[in-house]
Design a binder for this molecule. Structure first.
Ligand code: 1UD
Length: 376
């Protein structure tokens, strides 16, 4: 996998780049729609390509391993063949899901035992098994098996957890480098920086991760409830240590405002369930600001959802109609709202790329943030 830097903003750490994988190109900064169980919820692949113009989507080892299971995925020839998404895919290792979904998990040096949130069956994830699982899923970019510490997290636990995550990273690298892709294309492994919100631990973790000299690096342990300011301070500190010629992926982030701030701090890749999850509850991100479509004020508003954004999502139906669908819990409501929010998120990062290329990003960010975060 190759990463070439294009423009760097003279007034911030923002930069644009090109990431090439065997399944195609990714322009950075990029937002990656989350398709946890092999589907971006309520959105067709065709719409992801034609309307959202998504370049890479995410999957999740924990979910895919439990359902549909490795046997089906391997027989299909991997996730790309199974869900028909022929562009790049990134899968998370499941470290976070085991911590967030399965309240019966036990963490030991060897790995994590947990009970499936679906049928209660018992499973074990180890650094080695998670590498083998992600080889079978076949994502172009796979994540190391780590422990994402909660917030707040006391210092002793954070340090011990980080040190174990580093030992697990070494085991992931050994296993990954000793195995091949199963389907004839290259995969790459990203390590994940941990250390909670402790400056010395974040320094140690960023240095250890940078030493591995992988194709890209992720910042984990954030967007877990810490104040935004702490997130930004941590990103700034870690990005000063991670190599600038490799992509930096901030896991689980975030609102449009978080994303623009993190781009200014030198982040290249983002994922977040917000656009799709909030869509299903009627919270829309638009070029005019945030709309809670269930609000009475949209009842007889027959204007398009987001005329300025344009495209199918912005112009296909009126606000009044979408409000009716969401209130009626019609499936089409989730489909339209998800399409709108993802189209918006990909539009936002495209605009950011253009502003970085023209050296105007910082001024544009200030105006855009004020406008986008206002609640209509
Ligand atoms: C939301 N905030 C947040 N998400 C996080 C995720 C899950 C993203 C993954 O989880 C699913 O979304 C919840 C998505 O599937 C996504 O990517 C695949 C993390 N994953 C790992 N391995 N390590 C971390 O430190 C971590 C931190 C996060 N902070």
């Amino acid at each position: 996998m190759q990463f070439t830097l294009q423009a760097t903003d003279p007034h911030s750490k923002a930069r644009t780049g090109l990431l090439t994988t065997d399944h195609g190109l990714i322009e950075t900064p990029i937002f990656m729609p989350v398709g946890t169980a092999g589907t971006v919820k309520a959105v067709h692949q065709r719409e992801l390509v034609a309307d959202v113009k998504a370049e890479i989507i995410l999957g999740n080892t924990y979910h895919l391993y439990l359902r549909p299971g490795l046997d089906t995925l391997e027989k299909a020839g991997g996730l790309h063949r199974f869900n028909g998404w022929e562009r790049p895919i990134l899968t998370d290792s499941g470290g976070y899901q085991v911590y967030s979904l399965s309240n019966t998990r036990k963490i030991k040096e060897e790995g994590v035992t947990f009970k499936s949130h679906i049928d209660g069956s018992k499973h074990v994830f180890t650094p080695e098994s998670v590498m083998d699982i992600q080889r079978i899923i076949g994502a172009d970019i796979i994540m190391a098996f780590d422990e994402c510490t909660p917030y707040p997290c006391e210092y002793g636990y954070a340090r011990a957890s980080m040190e174990m995550t580093h030992r697990w990273l070494t085991r992931c690298i050994d296993r990954f480098d000793a195995t091949e892709g199963k389907y004839g294309y290259q995969q790459t492994l990203f390590p994940i920086v941990q250390g909670s919100t402790y400056k010395d631990l974040r320094q140690q973790s960023a240095e250890f991760v940078a030493e591995q000299q992988r194709d890209g690096n992720a910042i984990g342990g954030l967007a877990v409830g810490e104040p935004a300011e702490e997130m930004y301070t941590t990103i700034e500190q870690v990005n000063a240590i991670l190599p600038s010629d490799k992509p930096r992926y901030l896991m689980g982030v975030g609102t449009p405002e978080n994303i623009l701030e993190a781009i200014a701090l030198g982040i290249d890749m983002f994922d977040c369930v917000m656009p799709t999850r909030n869509a299903r509850h009627g919270v829309l991100y638009t070029t005019q600001g945030i709309i809670n479509i269930k609000n009475e004020r949209w009842k007889d508003d027959f204007s398009p959802i987001d005329a300025e954004l344009g495209g199918y999502a912005g112009t296909c139906y009126s606000k009044a109609y979408l409000r009716h669908l969401i209130k009626s819990e019609e499936i089409l409501g989730a489909q339209i709202a998800s399409l709108q929010n993802l189209t918006f998120y990909l539009w936002l990062v495209k605009e950011a790329r253009q502003e970085i290329n023209t050296g105007n990003f910082v001024k544009w960010k200030a105006n855009m943030t004020k406008k986008l975060m206002q609640r209509l």
